[in-house]
Write a protein of this length. Sequence first.
Length: 306
Amino acid sequence: MAIIGGRLAFAAAASISLRTTTAFSTGYLSSSPRIVGPAQPIGHPQRAIPTNIAMSTTSDAGAQVDIASNISSVRQRMEDAISSNDRPAESVRLVAVSKTKPLELLQAAYETGQRVFGENYAQELMTKSKEMPEDVSWHFIGPLQSNKAAPLVKTVGLNKLACIETVSTLKLAAKLNRAVETLNEDAEEKKKLGIYIQVNTSGEESKSGVTPGGEVSDLVKKISEECPWISIDGLMTIGAPGDYSCFDTLSSCRDEVSAVLGKDSNELELSMGMSGDFEVAIARGATSVRVGSTIFGERDYSNLKK
């Protein structure tokens, strides 16, 4: 599969081992990529990371992290899970979760053809989106304060910000809707922002999200009625470790939400499954899996500023 817009020339850090691998134009295991813009020009200058964002530096990015090999392994495991569950070959997206990781590692993933990345912190995403090529598609997958909604949308832009996966209140949806509306005022081509509704399928107090059942349907109905610049594209959950019934719960929620929106359930995404359980999630119907440490290595939060 061809890489859209050409390849990006970066000097990868010496600690990163790159290997030749099949190029995937998007996060999907697909030959029909979503084109979001031209590639960044060669030699795009690096910008300094704000001091309030703690990310690994080049020197401590993780010696001998073989990004190409790691991504190749994850893709193969995805393909095996898709095949063994008789699902279409192009039915699952890989979101490479790169929170706290330095640009060198993202650039190495990009060189393998990875185009969809996930970030948990608004400021970090805004910074990285300026440095990475224009054809990268970003998913925001962390808690988003309503006062960060407008800066995130305006800084990243609707061509690159593919989805906010963690919407669980009408207040946040309304803030995002207003930001998109403002951004569209002077735009020739009007665009909507995709969101997923985050569902707390495990019932844990430590997890964010809407309670399964009527609360999800009510929120979806209100957002669809009051936020015309928002597109509800799917549902997302984290779930409890080892409790795979959480995946089944999210799938059931999709059936209810599709009825509210007047859509076929297959039109709505299911974002579920991470490094430790993405194969199980695929078996239970995931259309998008969020894989981080298996690709980029373990994260170091010791210097993260609160």
